[in-house]
Design a protein around this ligand. Structure first.
Ligand code: GAR
Length: 215
C-alpha cells in the first residue's frame, strides 16, 4: 500500500514533530512526512525539520486579514504538497469549522492533558492546582470545538507530591513522544475509526490506552 502524505503543523519547538519524523523512518510506517508547516516563520521546529531533509513552509498568520485568508493559504500549501493527512503538533492557532470539516478524519492533534479534562493552555499548572493524582496526554481527531473530538490514544502518569509544572510537563512530554507516532500509525493505516465520539479498533481490537507510569 502506498504511504499517505502527511503534513505536520507546528508553532514552536517541534519535539513531537521530531518523534513523528523518527517513527516515519520505519519502512512499515503508513505515512511519509511530506511537509512541516509553521504559522511562525521563526519556529525552532522548522530548522530541525529542514536539517532532516524534510520540506518546510511558513504561512505567517500575522500577514493575513483574517482566519479565512490564512487558512486559504494553508490549504493551497497543503495541496501543492499533495498532503492527505495532517498532524497538529503544538500548532497554536484555532482552525475554523470549514477547514476542520474539510479534513475530518484526516486531521489529528496531541494535547498535554487527559481530555476532556484540561482543554486549553497551562494544563500542568491547572492539574497541580486541582490536586489530581493522574495526568497525561491525548491524541484525538480534531473537530470544530477546541481540544475535543474522538480520542485515539491516551497515556496516563502519576502526579508526584514534589511535582512542579516543569517536572510534570517533562514526564507528560515523554509520553506524548511515545503515543503520537503510535496513534498516527493507527489512524493513518485505517486500523481505527471514529464512530460518533468513540474511536474503535477495526476488528474489535483494543487500542486506546497505555498506562506506563501507574505504579
Ligand atoms: C506539546 O506539549 C503539545 O502537546 C502542546 O504543545 C507542546 C508542543 O511541544 N500542544 C498544545 O497545547 C495544543 N493544545 P513541541 O513543539 O515540542 O511538540
Amino acid at each position: 500500500m502506498s504511504k499517505r502524505r502527511c503534513a505536520i503543523l507546528i508553532s514552536g519547538r517541534g519535539s513531537n514533530m521530531e518523534s513523528l519524523i523518527a517513527a516515519a523512518r520505519d519502512g512499515d510506517f503508513p505515512v511519509e512526512i511530506a511537509l512541516v508547516l509553521s504559522n511562525r516563520p521563526e519556529a525552532q521546529g522548522l530548522a530541525s525539520a529542514k536539517a532532516r531533509g524534510i520540506a518546510i513552509a511558513a504561512v505567517d498568520h500575522k500577514i493575513y486579514a483574517g482566519r479565512d485568508a490564512f487558512e486559504g493559504s494553508l490549504q493551497k500549501m497543503l495541496e501543492a504538497h499533495r498532503i492527505d493527512f495532517i498532524c497538529l503538533a503544538g500548532f497554536m492557532r484555532l482552525l475554523t469549522p470549514r477547514f476542520v470539516n474539510h479534513w475530518q478524519g484526516r486531521l489529528i492533534n496531541i494535547h498535554p492533558a487527559l481530555l476532556p479534562s484540561y482543554p486549553g493552555l497551562h494544563t500542568h499548572e491547572r492539574a497541580l492546582a486541582d490536586g489530581v493524582k493522574i495526568h497525561g496526554c491525548t491524541v484525538h481527531y480534531v473537530v470544530a470545538e477546541m481540544d475535543a473530538g474522538p480520542i485515539i490514544m491516551q497515556a496516563a502518569i502519576n502526579v508526584r507530591d514534589d511535582d512542579t509544572p516543569e517536572s510534570l510537563g517533562k514526564r507528560v512530554l515523554a509520553q506524548e513522544h511515545a503515543i503520537y507516532p503510535a496513534a498516527l500509525r493507527l489512524a493513518a493505516s485505517g486500523a481505527v475509526r471514529a464512530e460518533g465520539n468513540r474511536v474503535q479498533g477495526a476488528g474489535g481490537r483494543d487500542v486506546g490506552m497505555v498506562a506506563p507510569d501507574l505504579d
